[in-house]
Ligand binder design. Structure first.
Ligand code: ADP
Length: 478
C-alpha cells in the first residue's frame, strides 16, 4: 500500500517519460470540470519508439514459458486487488461513474489478468491424423508479435486488461493508447504491472494525439495486430488504415442493443434487467440497451414499473455514495441525448420521466420515452446515455424483425418464460451476444464481441487468447 498510482507520464521501454516537446493535455473530472492531472501529449515520434521497444522485447518475452508469463500476470492481478479502492477512486474521478460501479469495474478488470494467466497454460496446439502414412501433421500456436491497442473512456480499466492480459499471456508485446479523457487508470495499471515484473518494452503506453498515434500504429509493418474498442466511425477508419499492412484486427464497435419483453415474461425480472442493462455507467456501455421492444399485453405494466424505478434513481457526483447515475463523459455526450429526446418528441413520442439536464455539470436525468417508432433517431443510433425508449410490438415475428433492423449486432436481450421461444428468438437475433432473462452478460470467461458492423473478433473466453496467436502448420515427412 502507499504506492503512488497517479502517474502523469507516458510509459515507454520501462521508463516513465514526458512528451518529446514537453506538451501536455488536461484530464478533467467530468462532473466538475476540475483538472485532476495533465498527461503528455505524445505523437508519432514517441509511438515509433514504443514500437521499437516492443519489437526488441518480443523475442525474450515469447521465449519464456507460459507458466513464467502467467506468474507475472497473476502477481499483477494480486496487486490490483490490493489497490482496488485507490484504483476505483481514480477511475471515478476521471470517468465519473458511481464509486460502486468503479469498484466492480476494477474487479472485472482484475479478472481478465487471472483468466488469461490461467488460459496461457492451456494454449494447446493440435496433432492431425495425416493424409499419408509417412507424414506427421502438427499445428502450433505462436504469438502474433507486436500489438497496438486503442481503448475507450467508458471502461478505462477493464478495456485495458481485456486486451493487455491476453496479449501478454500469448507472448505478444503491446503498445496501448488509452482514451484522452481517461488515461490515468491505464497508467496506474502500468505502475502495478511494472512492480509485478512485466519486463521493459513488453507493455508500453503512449498518451496524446489519437490520429497521430493511431496512424503510426496502423501503418507500421512491425505492428502485426490492432485491437480497438470504440466508435464504429473510428473503427472503420482504423480498418482502412490497416489495409496497407494487412494487419490482424479485433474491433469492438458500436451497438444498438434491443431488449425484447414478451407477454409471458416475469415482469419483476424484466424491469430489474432493464434497469441494469440501461442505466449502468449512465447508459454509456456498448452493450447498454438502446431500445425496449415490449409486447402489447405487458406493455403498460412494464412501463409503469420501469418508470417508478427510474424515478428512484439519484443523479450526482460519482464519489457521493448516494449517487446512482454520474455525469456523462462530456458536453457532446449530453448534446446527443438531448438531440435524441427532441427528435423523438417532435415525431410523437411521449415523455414519461426525465427529459432534462441534471442540476450538476455533465449530468442528464434518467429518461423514459414511450410511443417510440422505428423512424426516430433513438431507434437507429446508439444514444450512449440514460435514455430508455419503449416501442410496442404485437407478434414474435414482428419483434425479431424490429430487433434485426439495424446495421449493428453487438448485444441483445430477451425476457420470456417460454423455453421454446427463448431458443427460437435467441437464435434469430442478429447479435454476437444474447442475454436471456438477464440484463448483465459481461464476464471474462465468455467470448464478448459483435457481428454486422459491431466489429470483428472476440475478447474474453478461450477465444480471447486465440486472437493474439497465429497458427503454424508443420508437415513432417517421417
Ligand atoms: P468516442 O466517440 O466514444 O470517444 P472514439 O472511437 O472516438 O469513441 O474513441 C475511442 C478511442 O479511439 C479513444 O482512445 C480515441 O482517442 C481513439 N481515437 C479516436 N480517433 C482516432 C483516430 N483517428 N486514430 C486512432 N485512434 C483514435
Amino acid at each position: 500500500m502507499g504506492r503512488e498510482l497517479l502517474k502523469p507520464l507516458g510509459f515507454i521501454d520501462g521508463r516513465w517519460v514526458p512528451a518529446d516537446d514537453g506538451g501536455t493535455i488536461a484530464v478533467d473530472d467530468p462532473a466538475t470540470g476540475e483538472t485532476i492531472a495533465r498527461v503528455p501529449w505524445m505523437g508519432a515520434g514517441e509511438t515509433h519508439r514504443a514500437i521499437d521497444a516492443a519489437h526488441r522485447a518480443g523475442p525474450d518475452w515469447a521465449a519464456r514459458t507460459a507458466g513464467e508469463r502467467a506468474r507475472i500476470l497473476r502477481r499483477w492481478h494480486d496487486l490490483m486487488l490490493e489497490e482496488q479502492e485507490a484504483l476505483a477512486t481514480l477511475l471515478t474521478r476521471e470517468q465519473g461513474k458511481p464509486l460502486r460501479e468503479a469498484r466492480a469495474e476494477i474487479l472485472h478488470a482484475t479478472a481478465f489478468l487471472e483468466w488469461f494467466a490461467e488460459e496461457a497454460r492451456r494454449a494447446h496446439g493440435e496433432v492431425i491424423p495425416a493424409h499419408a502414412a509417412d507424414r506427421r501433421l502438427l499445428v502450433l500456436r505462436q504469438p502474433i508479435g507486436v500489438v497496438g491497442a486503442i481503448t475507450p473512456w467508458n471502461f478505462p480499466s477493464a478495456m485495458v486488461t481485456r486486451k493487455v492480459a491476453p496479449a501478454l499471456a500469448a507472448g505478444c508485446t503491446i503498445i496501448l493508447k488509452p482514451a484522452e479523457q481517461t488515461p490515468l487508470s491505464a497508467l496506474a495499471l502500468a505502475t502495478l504491472g511494472e512492480e509485478a515484473g512485466v519486463p521493459p518494452g513488453v507493455f508500453n503506453i503512449v498518451t496524446g494525439d489519437a490520429p497521430a498515434i493511431g496512424s503510426v500504429l496502423t501503418t507500421s509493418p512491425v505492428v502485426r495486430k490492432l485491437s480497438f474498442t470504440g466508435s464504429t466511425a473510428t473503427g472503420r477508419l482504423l480498418m482502412r488504415q490497416s489495409a496497407e499492412t494487412v494487419k490482424k484486427l479485433s474491433l469492438e464497435l458500436g451497438g444498438n442493443a434491443p431488449f425484447l419483453v414478451f407477454d409471458d415474461a416475469d415482469l419483476d425480472a424484466a424491469v430489474e434487467g432493464a434497469m441494469l442493462s440501461k442505466f449502468r455507467n449512465a447508459g454509456q456501455t456498448c452493450v447498454c440497451t438502446n431500445r425496449f421492444h415490449v409486447q402489447s399485453g405487458i406493455h403498460d405494466a412494464f412501463v409503469d414499473r420501469f418508470a417508478a424505478r427510474i424515478r428512484g434513481l439519484r443523479l450526482g457526483h460519482g464519489l457521493d455514495p448516494a449517487s446512482d447515475i454520474g455525469p456523462l463523459i462530456d458536453a457532446s455526450a449530453v448534446a446527443k441525448v438531448e438531440a435524441h429526446v427532441a427528435d423523438a418528441l417532435a415525431k410523437g413520442a411521449e415523455l414519461v420521466v426525465g427529459g432534462r439536464r441534471g442540476a450538476f455539470d455533465g449530468g442528464y436525468e434518467p429518461t423514459l420515452l414511450t410511443q417510440v417508432r422505428a423512424d426516430m433517431l433513438v431507434n437507429h443510433e446508439e444514444t450512449f446515455g440514460p435514455l430508455a425508449a419503449v416501442i410496442r410490438f404485437e407478434t414474435e415475428d414482428q419483434a425479431i424483425a424490429l430487433a434485426n433492423d439495424s446495421i449493428f449486432g453487438l448485444a441483445g436481450y430477451l425476457y420470456t418464460s417460454d423455453l421454446a421461444r427463448a431458443w427460437r428468438v435467441a437464435e434469430a437475433i442478429e447479435t454476437g451476444m444474447v442475454g436471456i432473462n438477464t440484463g448483465l452478460i459481461s464476464t471474462e470467461v465468455a467470448p464478448f464481441g459483435g457481428i454486422k458492423q459491431s466489429g470483428l473478433g472476440r475478447e474474453g473466453g478461450r477465444q480471447g487468447l486465440e486472437e493474439y496467436q497465429e497458427l503454424k502448420y508443420l508437415c513432417i515427412a517421417a
